[in-house]
Design a protein around this ligand. Structure first.
Ligand SMILES: [Zn+2]
Ligand SMILES: [Zn+2]
Length: 241
């Protein structure tokens, strides 16, 4: 499987990650990626950068060390209506927005509440990716989540870090197989993300690719394998507005 990009990665700015933007880009280059994206945690994550960081992406060049560089954010979903922790004035400057459920920001609810939270976030026009919908700490109603993602043109993520015990996420392998099976019948575009918190994990999508293969998921629906795949998740009004 030819992988063109990895856009779910963290830098020192997230407060609990360990590499610089330059180190991450170097790793992306050495793995032969065509595009790299940085997606630090939005401000509600304890220790993460403030709004001023996300407002200053204009100083990042579009091409660095020969690859395309995109700057986005992993926003925190804050309630069961799906409100996230950045407002439109900031979101419109992002190349892309991932929205995810994180323990420090929202307590787990019932499957209905967790699913309502994700669907609410997907209705935000800037949110184009739902990060790691695979964690038994936040059980989900996939039968409801997947048609909503299809309708709202949001990609669900197969997160490589979810399959590693240190992520803290529970039963991700079982949950990913379950939702990929449903997503297949909706022909839902999916995105693979490393969720790297240190440079050497940038572009490591090995376990996610294994899952895709195991599920028999059609390769043309895996955005990372397509040169035009990024278009599905990019905010075309980003950066210079
Ligand atoms: Zn996350
Ligand atoms: Zn992340």
């Amino acid at each position: 499987m030819n992988i063109y990009f990895d856009i779910h990665t963290h830098t020192l700015a997230s407060g609990h990650a360990f590499s610089t933007l330059k180190e991450n880009i170097e790793e992306a280059v050495s793995r032969g990626l065509k595009a790299y994206g940085v997606s630090d945690h939005a401000p509600a994550m304890p220790g993460s950068a403030g709004v001023i960081y996300f407002n200053n992406f204009k100083c990042i060049k579009r091409q660095i060390m020969g690859i395309e560089v995109y700057a986005g954010v992993e926003a925190n979903i804050m309630d069961h209506e799906g409100n996230i922790d950045l407002d439109e004035s900031v979101l419109k400057k992002m190349d892309y927005v991932i929205a995810s459920l994180h323990i420090p920001c929202i307590d787990p609810g019932t499957p209905k509440e967790n699913t309502d939270a994700l669907i609410g976030a997907m209705k935000n026009p800037y949110v184009k990716i739902i990060g790691h919908p695979d964690d038994d700490r936040y059980p989900l109603e996939y039968e409801r989540l997947i048609p909503a993602a299809k309708e709202l043109k949001v990609a669900l993520e197969v997160n490589n870090s979810s399959f590693v015990a240190r992520s803290g996420r529970q039963n991700a392998d079982k949950n990913v197989m379950k939702w990929l099976e449903i997503a297949k019948s909706y022909e839902l575009p999916v995105i693979l993300g490393s969720d790297a918190h240190i440079y050497y994990d940038v572009g490591d999508l090995e376990k996610a690719v294994e899952m895709i293969k195991k599920a028999g998921y059609p390769e043309e629906l895996v955005l990372n394998t397509r040169e035009d795949g990024l278009k599905y998740v990019l905010n075309d009004k980003a950066f210079n507005v």
